[in-house]
Design a protein around this ligand. Structure first.
Ligand code: PMP
Length: 392
């Protein structure tokens, strides 16, 4: 009763109004509200109470390079990567940021040369995540500057951003400039390298890898991301950036993220003897996520086929070392192309039908493409696929 009363009186905001069949459907942002249904069922295992006297200090562990990292988050990040096998953690520093967006900026700061008159060029293969140019250039830094598509970049001093699976088109990517000689540095943004989106084919072990709860568990509002960093000096510089930018990262959020990550790992570590005698199946995030994504991609493909004027990237698959099954990639975004000859701006065409998406132009690509979020709530997604199938 207490819990019900508490929940009712707090009436948490769910962010967006309910949708009806003629609503505007906003799939522009990658808001991961699809995962709410899973966490609603999780109950106490992901619940956290923080007494008034706790988490007051600026400091978490002054002996750690990242002195504001809560030790429990450090433990749960390493534990989840070991459980999933998607990234190496031994020999890596874990750094926490206010979203992986802050750590992306920290990486640019840390990788910029100490000396030199010219800002270093920041590049990524097109289509690239639209935030990369926006975040790189918004303060007009003298240290780094956006230089566009990595494929056409000439020069030997650069920071290459490698997003894999890629936002917006879901492709699996590798660095394109690393094999050329030069002073290049690489940042791997692995926000979507989780089993609900793609088979886990290898344990990634790059110099700097960025992850976030926004896409792994769906807790975008908690604003917690982490970086796995090999080199201690780079880890120190990235930590310095966060110190100068926000003097650390909310401990309340870190503890909540740790609790949520622990609940995910617990789902896969419950041993058979513990499960014996219970009738409830284990509550497993990646199983839920994969089931939803498979279902949604099949609905979307059917809808595009029914309409006849859209095309989607071809499905690829691979053997997943985590699930021990062959699995298809089910990207968090659909990279949708409008094939109608008279439509050269797919985003405005869809806007005319009350579907908001992000134009290919924002990703350094053709405006005949749009990026559509696949992670919204069921009601919005259902209306979207229905509406799309009727467009001729
Ligand atoms: N990288 C990629 C590729 C993303 O798509 C996003 C979120 N849209 C982020 C980073 C940022 O995530 P966060 O919420 O952790 O800042």
């Amino acid at each position: 009763v207490d819990r019900q009363a508490r929940t009712a009186s707090m009436a948490p905001s769910t962010g967006k109004p309910a949708v009806t069949p003629d609503s505007v459907i906003n799939l522009d942002h990658g808001d991961p509200t699809m995962f709410e249904a899973f966490w609603r069922e999780t109950g106490d295992a992901a619940e956290l109470v923080i007494p008034g006297w706790q988490t007051m200090s600026y400091f978490s562990d002054v002996t750690n390079v990242c002195w504001f990292l809560e030790p429990e988050l450090d433990r749960q990040v390493r534990r989840l990567h070991r459980t999933v096998g998607n990234a190496a953690v031994d020999g890596y520093h874990v750094l926490v940021g206010t979203g992986s967006t802050q750590l992306f900026m920290a990486a640019l700061y840390a990788l910029s040369p100490d000396s030199g008159d010219e800002p270093v060029s920041v590049v990524s293969t097109a289509p690239y995540y639209s935030s990369y140019p926006a975040v790189t250039d918004f303060l007009r830094s003298g240290l780094f500057r956006w230089a566009g598509d990595a494929d056409t970049f000439e020069g030997d001093s650069y920071i290459e951003l490698v997003c894999s699976p890629n936002n917006p088109d879901g492709t699996i990517r590798e660095a394109v400039l690393a094999s050329k000689t030069g002073n290049g540095k690489t940042v791997h943004d692995l926000a979507y390298y989780w089993p609900q989106y793609t088979p886990i084919t290898k344990r990634a072990d790059h110099d700097i890898m960025l992850f976030t709860v926004s896409k792994s568990t769906g807790h975008a509002g908690t604003r917690i991301g982490w970086a796995l960093v090999k080199d201690r000096a780079i880890a120190r510089k990235m930590t310095k950036f966060v110190e100068l930018n926000t003097i650390g990262v909310s401990k309340d959020s870190q503890l909540r993220a740790a609790k949520v990550l622990a609940a995910v790992s617990d789902g896969y570590e419950r041993r058979p003897e513990q499960a014996k005698g219970t009738t409830t199946p284990p509550h497993r995030l990646f199983d839920f996520g994969r089931r939803k994504m498979v279902e949604r991609w099949s609905m979307l493909r059917a809808s595009a086929a029914a309409s006849g004027i859209f095309s989607l990237p071809e499905e690829t698959s691979g053997f997943c070392n985590f699930t021990k099954e062959t699995a298809a990639t089910n990207p968090a975004f659909a990279w949708l192309r409008c094939d109608r000859e008279d439509v050269d701006d797919c985003a405005s065409f869809l806007r005319g039908h009350k579907i908001l998406t992000r134009s290919g132009a924002q990703f350094g690509a053709d405006p005949r493409y749009v990026r559509v979020s696949m992670l919204d709530r069921d009601d919005a997604f259902d209306i979207f696929v229905n509406r799309l199938s009727s467009l001729k």
